[in-house]
Design a binder for this molecule. Sequence first.
Ligand code: USQ
Length: 416
Amino acid sequence: MRILILGGDGYLGWPTAMYLSRRGHTVAALDNFSKRRWEKELRVAPLEPVLPLHERAQLWTKVTGREIRTLQVDLCDYPAVEEVMREFSPEAIVHYGEQPSAPFSMIDQRRTVLTQNNNITGTLNILWALRKHAPECHLVKLGTMGEYGTPNIDIEEGFIEIEHNGRKDVVPYPKQPGSFYHLSKVHDSHNILFACRAWKLRSTDLNQGIVYGIETDETAHAEGLGTSFHYDEIFGTALNRFCVQAVAGIPLTVYGKGKQKRGFLNIRDTLRCIELALLHPPEAGEYRVFNQFTEIFSILELAELVKRQGEKLGFTVEIQRLQNPRVEAEEHYYNARHQKLVDLGLRPNLLSDVLIDSMLVRIRERAGRIRTESILPRVCWDHVRPSSENPQGDGARDGRRVATRAKADAVPAGRA
Ligand code: USQ
């Protein structure tokens, strides 16, 4: 298949490009490298240095003899998107090309607008370009389990049958996301559903859970093929962050009660899920949703797993419950269906002590690169901290609350 990976420079985009290239597909990896710019702006960096995309692609060719084309294109630049569609003529697109962080989207007005403009405009441009130049192409779009929020009923895969005043219908599952980032994915989902219906496009929306892990078979192929593994408060996610914190000797940052439950999956399973979606495309006009995760954990359960394994390796690991910087339910019902990818053949790599051990060992080898100052959460959902761009923060509106919060930032709510 001719497959275009959007966001090919990212944590998941680059491993996906190699994985699909190794399986004989013709792969092009596209990116505008904006995440590298945002990293500099926010003074955060991946744990391991990440070679420029074209250098990683050259290295890949050197060690495997296979080619991954690289393209620098901004998805918000419609003529450029059209040009790629015409010229590469993809049979499938894997779309990771969005601003991926919830905390980033909550920093300030500029980042909220940037996140939604960038994500929604990019996806709309792809839909229009597909309509005009590649209407048969299968769009595999990375959505998020966070689109659903944490409702007090079972979460279905995309759609739910409801009965109302004696009549029944199957409708998109209600969305109650928890950040402007997660909302951007909700808006994408609606736009894609409509484009499939109106223009007979075909798409799989993968509502993915939180991905963990540093290594895949392909990143391990040669030094220099590694991916962008983050542990900072902006781009790092729960389990990856906890492993780095354990190595750095920083108490694990559990937000609030830690009873928030989420779906998780190994980075290797992300790649397999993408492949399964590609190998089983939907019909023309079909929009389908797969919930892409393999296990549900509470945040505290994960922290406890990392603590146990870390201590076995000789680290001193404490768990610290911080005042929650987010506005979210800290204790709730959570039961989400995730059957469709299993039906297509997914055999999950479940989270094991061995996997956590191997992450901790690998992180220990790079411990000197950990920027400890980027770990504690400073972005709060319900107030803006003063910054150089916004010296007053929310202070003018509610000085007392900012003062209380600022003092509480990164201060423990209690020890678990
Ligand atoms: N959390 C902590 N401590 C931390 C980091 C996070 O307790 O140090 C908690 C958060 O409060 C939240 C949960 O862990 O309740 C998940 O947070 P996260 O930062 O690991 O993940 P999230 O912001 O939800 O976003 C990540 C990815 C995003 C993807 C999403 C899948 O950044 O791209 O869409 O996971 S999901 O969460 O299923 O929507």
